[in-house]
Each structure stands twice: as structure tokens, then as C-alpha cells.
Design a protein around this ligand. Structure first.
Ligand code: ADP
Ligand code: MG
Length: 271
């Protein structure tokens, strides 16, 4: 896989929406296998950072690279094809598919050749052209089935027993789990999660954190960057916390030091 074992490097990244500078010069290096938390008040630019790494937003200045290969300027599906998967701050499920099919679609990246463009499935929200690629025979199809089953079973009883149900039947928390399952199905080397526990109660949040610990054990080389507000979740999962405020990196430290930093308290008060 082209992204494996490669550093993510952001250098002087700026992103503007009209006259508003959402990201104002971010330098950041994430090493392979790191689990990094990004925190910061509303509007700090956390989601925009993920949007920009994944090609949904374009930087107006600076560069983004993975293993020395430039990502900025590429389309989201091409970035996904390099082994970068993401979830969105708001859940996105395929309404026409079952839970099992949704995850199976995620496995299509690079597995099925032929004239279609399975790479478009990489980390994106909408399957293009209906359900092509879901049926299929032979080794690639069996591998896709095995991968989907493995991922669904990572979620314990939450997803696997429900695999033949339509996605719209899922509870809110299970939709958020499905978002992550679909991203994992692409076998990413870099996984970007935007507030995975948003809207979950403390019990659900900790269950999800435990799941992410399982993911970590199962795929130790995977780099994970997670926007997350809940301090206990950040502390449980990550070794490194990046605090953003007003489009810049304010603090980059271990979780305890980051949350104890007086600048961080001030940034939250100032929101
Ligand atoms: P966070 O995720 O840290 O809460 P965002 O990255 O969503 O912050 O937003 C950063 C700033 O950029 C905010 O002021 C927000 O309103 C603005 N912004 C984000 N996305 C867009 C967009 N697509 N169009 C215009 N402004 C945007
Ligand atoms: Mg956000």
C-alpha cells in the first residue's frame, strides 16, 4: 500500500472561505502509527483541517504530503485511494444499502479491477452507479466478504447481527459506528475521525473508545487522527493532543499537559 509507513506532513497550510481564514498557517507532522487527538473550541478549524487533508477543501497556501507525496490539489477519491479514510462530523450512511453492504462497499478500494471506478468508493459518502461491485465471484469477492465480516465483528454485537438490516433502521450511535466500520473497511493507513463520539452518552462514548483501542491492537500500523472534545476519551486513546484555536495550533503536547495549559483554558473561555 503506497501510504504505509509514511509521515503526514502539513506545512504552512492556510484555508480560506471567502474572506474568512479558517486555517491560518498550520505546520504539523504525524508519524506512522501515531494516535493523535485534535481538540479546540468551536470554529477553531478542526473539521476544516480534516476536509483539507482529504481533498474536500483546498488550501490557499502551504502543502500537505504523505510520505513525500503531495496530497493538496488532488481529488478526494484519489486521496482515498492512497489509503486515507475518514468519517464526517455528521453521520453519512447509504440509505439504500444494508449495514453489511455498506461495509462491503468500503472494501472495494483496490480489490475489484475492471472498467468501473471502485476507487470512488474510497472514503466518500455516495456510491456511484448503484450497487455495482457488491455482487461478484472469485477471490476478490471472497476477500471483500472476509474483510467486511472481520470489520463488522470488531463492533461486537452492535453491527454483525444487524448486517442484513437497512442502514436507516440503525440507532444514532450505531450509525456512527457504521461510519467508522465503513472507513476501516478500506484498510486505511491513515484514519481521520471527526468527533466520533458526538451526541453519544458517556457509556456509548467509552464503548466506542474501547472499540478504537481494539482497532489499534488489530491494526497497530494504522495512523489515527481524531477530533474529539471529551477529555477522558482523548486521554484514554491518544498520546498526543493538538489544541487548535482560531485556525492555528496552540499547543502540541501529551493530553495532560495540553489540557493543563493556561492558554488552552483561555481559548475555550474566549469562544
Ligand atoms: P471546528 O471543526 O473546529 O468547529 P470548522 O473547521 O468547522 O471548525 O470551522 C472553522 C471556521 O471555518 C468557522 O468559522 C466556520 O464557520 C468556517 N467554515 C467551515 N467550513 C466552511 C465552509 N464550507 N464555508 C464557509 N465557512 C466555513
Ligand atoms: Mg468541527
Amino acid at each position: 500500500n503506497p501510504a504505509q509507513g509514511r509521515e503526514l506532513v502539513l506545512s504552512g497550510v492556510e484555508v480560506s472561505f471567502g474572506g474568512l481564514k479558517a486555517i491560518g498557517g498550520v505546520d504539523l507532522t504525524v508519524s506512522p502509527g501515531e494516535f493523535v487527538g485534535i481538540v479546540g473550541p468551536n470554529g477553531a478549524g478542526k473539521s476544516t483541517l480534516i476536509q483539507t487533508i482529504t481533498g474536500f477543501a483546498r488550501p490557499s497556501a502551504g502543502t500537505i504530503s504523505l510520505g513525500g507525496r503531495r496530497l493538496d490539489g488532488s481529488e478526494p477519491e484519489d486521496i482515498a485511494a492512497l489509503g486515507i479514510a475518514r468519517t464526517f462530523q455528521t453521520s453519512r450512511v447509504f440509505p439504500a444499502l444494508t449495514i453489511g453492504e455498506s461495509v462491503r462497499v468500503g472494501t472495494q478500494r483496490g480489490l475489484i479491477g475492471g472498467g468501473r471506478t471502485p476507487k470512488r468508493f474510497g472514503c466518500l459518502a455516495e456510491p456511484i452507479g448503484g450497487l455495482f461491485g457488491i455482487a461478484g465471484y472469485g477471490k476478490a469477492a471472497r476477500e471483500a466478504d472476509a474483510r467486511a465480516e472481520e470489520i463488522l465483528k470488531l463492533f461486537g454485537e452492535r453491527l454483525w447481527p444487524r448486517r442484513d438490516r437497512p442502514t436507516h433502521s440503525l440507532s444514532y450511535a450505531n450509525r456512527r459506528r457504521l461510519d467508522i466500520a465503513r472507513a476501516l473497511a478500506t484498510s486505511p493507513d491513515l484514519l481521520l475521525l471527526d468527533e466520533p463520539t458526538a451526541g453519544m452518552n458517556p457509556t456509548e462514548s467509552h464503548e466506542l473508545a474501547d472499540l478504537l483501542l481494539d482497532v489499534r491492537r488489530r491494526f497497530p500500523a494504522m495512523t489515527i487522527v481524531m477530533v474529539e472534545h471529551k477529555l477522558d476519551i482523548v486521554r484514554k486513546l491518544t498520546q498526543r493532543t493538538i489544541v487548535m484555536a482560531q485556525g492555528k495550533v496552540l499547543v502540541d503536547a501529551d493530553p495532560d499537559r495540553a489540557f493543563a495549559d493556561p492558554q488552552v483554558a483561555a481559548a475555550y473561555l474566549g469562544q
